[in-house]
Design a protein around this ligand. Structure first.
Ligand SMILES: Nc1ncnc2c1ncn2[C@@H]1O[C@H](COP(=O)(O)OP(=O)(O)OP(=O)(O)O)[C@@H](O)[C@H]1O
Ligand SMILES: [Mg+2]
Length: 307
């Protein structure tokens, strides 16, 4: 079984992190935790390195400077992982701030990315894992120092309005009207909640191995309404070939609160994510993330069709 992170990674957005460029104190802490490093392979995405050590351990090192945007993401993943030490996620070996760097080491999972197309045998275990997760991550109240999903949502929704104001984007009149009308339905109050969300439920953050389903990448975790993760996840299901109606049935299996989520608010959030993907498709047509815009439009047409 190959590690999906090594041969098949998305395009780089920043220069990759190099093991030998890390401060001594960071490398010493990693070696203390895992053994001498025999081989280090950077992930093209930026702040992650796959390490093989003398102790025959395979681990993933995430590191970024305190105060940088990447640092915030590494810190946020540390926060979520230490808040809930029983997440279905790669085991945490180290989560510290060392010499102005946030440093996380995770055991490397030998597995493959979840395949979510209709008929895939991965669907059932992935949906079941998500269904078990929601109630476990729902608290009676949000901790005082909690990161809230609202800030990210606000950025996506505000960004969507800015995108729609940009008349240079190649959007048909029907598409623009569809997005605008849907976006008007979004209300932040209805998106708040006490469930810890992954914030980045993408098949590239879901690995399957003989041990089960592993959710990676908690760097955008935050508290919000329990159904919030269903929207970006649903876009992937539609992109992978599910009809929007069927997608909603699958989402109802995985997210207990999906059916109760306010229709207009969900539609508004789908529109916001769709606008974001339209912009990405314009700016980076080669990147994977750009391909979700048609799925979003399909979903919106389904939800706003006359009944
Ligand atoms: N513990 C792990 N075991 C195996 N592969 C991993 C592990 N952690 C990360 N990866 C691989 O590295 C990729 C990037 O990891 P992750 O999503 O956690 O980091 P990221 O910094 O958010 O990167 P990206 O921006 O690419 O999502 C994953 O899609 C996966 O292929
Ligand atoms: Mg990721």
């Amino acid at each position: 079984m190959t590690n999906p992170g090594e041969p098949d990674t998305p395009e780089a957005t920043t220069s990759p992190l190099a093991w030998h460029h890390l401060p001594d104190a960071v490398r010493v802490a990693v070696i203390d935790a895992c053994g001498a490093v025999r081989h280090a392979k950077p992930h093209p995405g930026g702040n992650l390195i796959f390490l093989r050590t003398d102790a025959e351990q395979r681990v993933c090192l995430k590191a970024a400077r305190v105060g940088s945007e990447a640092g915030l993401t590494v810190r946020r993943e540390q926060w979520a992982r230490t808040l809930h030490d029983d997440l279905p996620a790669p085991a945490l070996v180290l989560a510290e701030a060392i010499d102005d760097w946030y440093v996380t080491v995770l055991r490397q999972i030998s597995g493959y990315y979840a395949r979510l197309h209709p008929g895939s045998s991965n669907l059932e275990p992935v949906l079941a894992s998500l269904a078990r997760l929601g109630p476990r991550l729902t608290a009676s109240s949000v901790p005082n120092d909690a990161v809230l999903a609202e800030a990210d949502l606000g950025r996506v929704v505000d960004g969507a309005w800015t995108i729609l104001d940009n008349h240079a984007l190649h959007l048909g009149r029907e598409e623009r009207a569809l997005l605008e009308q849907a976006l008007h339905g979004f209300e932040m109050d209805a998106a708040t909640g006490t469930t810890l969300l992954n914030g980045n439920l993408d098949p590239r953050n879901i690995l399957l191995s003989p041990a089960g389903v592993h959710l990676l990448d908690w760097g955008r975790a935050g508290y919000g309404a329990a159904w919030l993760d269903a929207v970006p996840f649903g876009l992937h299901l539609i992109h992978d070939g599910h009809h929007p109606g069927q997608t909603e049935t699958l989402l109802a299996d995985a997210f207990a609160s999906w059916r109760a989520a306010p229709h207009k608010v969900v539609t508004g959030l789908i529109a916001a994510w769709t606008a974001e993907h339209i912009l990405r498709a314009t700016r980076h047509p080669q990147q994977d993330a750009a391909v979700l815009a048609p799925a979003g439009l399909l979903w919106l047409r389904h939800r706003t069709r006359p009944t």
